[in-house]
Design a binder for this molecule. Structure first.
Ligand SMILES: NC(=O)c1ccc[n+]([C@@H]2O[C@H](COP(=O)([O-])OP(=O)(O)OC[C@H]3O[C@@H](n4cnc5c(N)ncnc54)[C@H](O)[C@@H]3O)[C@@H](O)[C@H]2O)c1
Length: 346
């Protein structure tokens, strides 16, 4: 996999200039959770493609500064049916990213998790159906695989949920499937594997491991690894998940709740991540080790053949290039100041 060259004609990267995405030009699209990390990248890409973008986000975890300049912004919860209905009106496609995303919070507040991730998802589906949306694309999660030892993870593996968060994401997939079977709405669920990239919030107490490592290294503190560091993940650069979302939305296939893994199919250990970052930054990235986190999965990697077959998905940016771009962003971002504390919105 090599990074694709930019298309000089219109300054879009080749994957975004793909003819497979042409049907999204001029479409009105709602991104729930569009002020967050992944949703904001989807919103920016849609705007660059020439779609008209609406973002609905309650800013519980996102930042208005993340929004693309031309987006219509509705500051509201997906649980507010009136606001949701008017945001959906006139849209051809909905990218449903809004969620309670913290696994620990889902354990301490399981009802809140169900409310946002299950009731909220049903409200998005109902509003989309009643407003005549063509397709909803849902942010599902590799958390569905839990500790299933069969690797790489395939969509036909039985779910193994270890948190209310994981259960709520699997429930969301089932809701998308049943809604498509009962109504005219077309739906697709994308199971994301460890996504990383610019705008991922390093200040969150639940910061994903890559942004947490960057924060430790840029602040001059030695990194801490929970466990022995030999655990592996399918670290997936943000452009890959954006590309998958757009391909799923644009596909002419009549989807009805199909579930697809979105990763790279490559596993990388935490020690490898640190070594690569240390090299790129020219700093000593030797970690200290802390006890493993309870419930952490040992290895995770996606089988991406279903997404390849159904939507023509291929990773467009590999891990090494993704780390390079993420470090370049972090060095220039006020989100990482010299003390590693958040300065302002990324
Ligand atoms: N980051 C990953 O590696 C990963 C992996 C698997 C799945 N996902 C899923 O992808 C989606 C996006 O995750 P992210 O990493 O960008 O997280 P994020 O926290 O950056 O984005 C989530 C956004 O949803 C908004 N939100 C939360 N509750 C809301 C509500 N009730 N109404 C409206 N907006 C609300 C937040 O303000 C935030 O902007 C989530 O559904 C998450 O479960 C992410």
């Amino acid at each position: 996999m090599t990074p694709q060259p930019d298309n000089p004609a219109d300054d879009l990267p080749a994957w975004l200039a793909s003819p497979a995405l042409a049907s999204l030009r001029g479409v009105r699209a709602l991104v729930t959770g569009g002020a967050g990390f992944i949703g904001s990248h989807i919103a920016h890409a849609l705007e660059r493609l020439g779609a008209s973008v609406v973002v609905l986000d309650d800013l519980s975890g996102g930042y208005e500064a993340n929004l693309p300049p031309g987006a219509d912004f509705v500051r509201s919860s997906i649980l507010d049916e009136g606001a949701l209905r008017s945001a959906v009106r006139g849209c051809g496609v909905v990218f449903h990213e809004a969620a309670l995303v913290s696994v620990p919070q889902s354990v301490s507040e399981p009802e809140r998790c169900s409310q946002v991730n299950m009731v909220g998802t049903q409200r998005v589906l109902t509003a989309a159906t009643e407003e005549g949306v063509r397709r909803v694309v849902f942010a599902a999660s590799a958390a569905a695989y839990g500790n299933n030892p069969s690797l790489p993870s395939r969509e036909d593996h039985v779910p193994d949920c270890w948190s209310p968060y994981a259960a709520s994401k699997v429930a969301g997939e089932l809701m998308l499937q049943s809604q498509a079977r009962c109504t005219s709405l077309s739906t697709v669920s994308l199971r994301y594997f460890n996504i990383f990239g610019p705008r991922q919030d390093p200040a969150s107490p639940y910061a994903a491991v890559i942004s947490a490592f960057i924060r430790m290294l840029l602040s001059g503190r030695g990194p801490t690894v929970m466990g022995d560091g030999l655990q592996t993940r399918d670290f997936t650069y943000i452009d890959n998940v954006v590309s998958a979302n757009l391909l799923a939305a644009a596909s002419p296939r009549p989807f009805a709740g199909e579930v697809m893994n979105i990763g790279t199919g490559v596993r990388t250990s935490l020690l490898d991540v640190l070594a690569r970052m240390g090299e790129a930054l020219g700093v000593d990235a030797t970690p200290t080790f802390a006890p493993p986190r309870a419930g952490d999965v040992r290895h995770s990697v996606a089988d991406i053949s279903r997404a390849r077959d159904l939507i023509g998905y291929e990773p467009v940016v590999d891990f090494a290039e993704g780390i390079r771009r993420t470090l370049a962003w972090a060095r220039a971002s006020p989100a990482f100041d010299s003390t590693g504390m958040r300065g302002s919105a990324a």
